[in-house]
Design a protein around this ligand. Structure first.
Ligand SMILES: [Fe+2]
Length: 309
């Protein structure tokens, strides 16, 4: 499949309650690589195998949560086109100049009906993964530091109006629906999983009355063995685990959900099947939603449904 338009998730900006505590968690427990600090007090990280300068930003604030989630697009012409398309759809967009985020080009920001800020950008400095582009080794020292995911993978956001959100992602940004959960009425979607690639999801939404909430940001691990190792490291570091290790019915990924020290939920995720735009979306019915979310327990815990940041 030729990758055009929106290519992949690019970065997430998170609010943490204590910056030093946040830096220690994201650097030493999760095992991201710190790549910079800016004059606004934001600290930048990337996963060891990511090549662009940053994928996770944290800043200190009175409340935890997400400031914005961004996607990288193919090139500057695509960025211009998508800005025009978003406006033609009826959304207001804002241009954030190159350099406002370290080593990152101009960004186009817009607000979804769910209350979340989404950004698109075309350029970010390639700092590499610690290996040369000629004759590289398969992994680096950073790949063994803490949980050490290979990339920031996706996020799940909670907010209202997910039908409109789905329309914007499908009609304007070129995503496709991979899976969805319908409510008791058999018609209305409770949750949607959307992809811009061959991943089972690049972003997902759950219907929720309060706008702009983060359910989790997910980080990719390359094997079930690494998921178990992540659980060990969470326990060694007294990280609050929500659930897991277990498997999702939806996407089939293996998973652990846990909380950063500020209460932002994160996921260490492995697997998930390949998906393509011509695939028919998979539907989960209300009576099987427990197995859809947690395939082994086959029931949802109250915390998973209601605790967001
Ligand atoms: Fe997830």
């Amino acid at each position: 499949m030729a990758m055009t338009g929106v290519i992949r998730p690019g970065h997430i900006s998170l609010r943490v309650l204590d910056l030093e505590e946040g830096i220690n968690f994201y650097k030493n427990t999760l095992g991201l690589v710190e790549t910079g600090r800016d004059s606004q007090g934001r600290v930048y990280f990337k996963a060891w195998d990511e090549r662009d300068h940053n994928s996770v930003l944290i800043r200190e604030a009175a409340e935890a949560g997400v400031d914005f989630f961004a996607f990288k697009v193919a090139d500057k012409a695509t960025l211009e086109k998508l800005d025009r398309d978003l406006k033609a759809y009826g959304l207001t967009t804002e241009r954030i100049p190159a350099g406002e985020m370290l080593e990152t080009g101009e960004r186009v920001r817009f607000k979804l009906p769910s209350g979340h800020f989404i950004e698109l950008y075309a350029e970010k400095t390639d700092v590499g993964n610690g290996q040369p582009y000629v004759n590289p080794a398969p992994w680096t020292k950073e790949a063994e530091n803490g949980i050490a995911p290979s990339r920031m993978d996706h996020c799940l956001l909670y907010g209202p109006d997910i039908e409109k959100v789905q329309e914007i992602f499908e009609k304007v940004l070129g995503f496709f629906l991979v899976e969805h959960v319908v409510m008791e009425d058999g018609k209305t979607d409770l949750a949607i999983w959307l992809s811009c690639s061959i991943k089972a999801h690049d972003i997902a939404f759950v219907r929720h009355p309060e706008p702009g909430k983060l359910h989790h940001v997910a980080f990719k691990l390359d094997s079930w063995e690494r998921v178990l190792r992540a659980a060990d490291l969470m326990s060694m570091n007294k990280i609050s685990i929500d659930i897991g290790p277990t498997r999702h019915g939806i996407t089939r990924g293996t998973t652990i959900y846990a909380f950063d020290p500020s209460g932002n939920r994160f996921e260490t995720f492995c697997g998930g099947y390949d998906s393509y735009p011509d695939y028919k979306p998979v539907k989960w019915t209300w009576d099987e939603v427990g197995a859809g979310i947690f395939y082994h327990d086959r029931k949802l815990n109250e915390r998973f449904l209601t605790v967001v940041s």
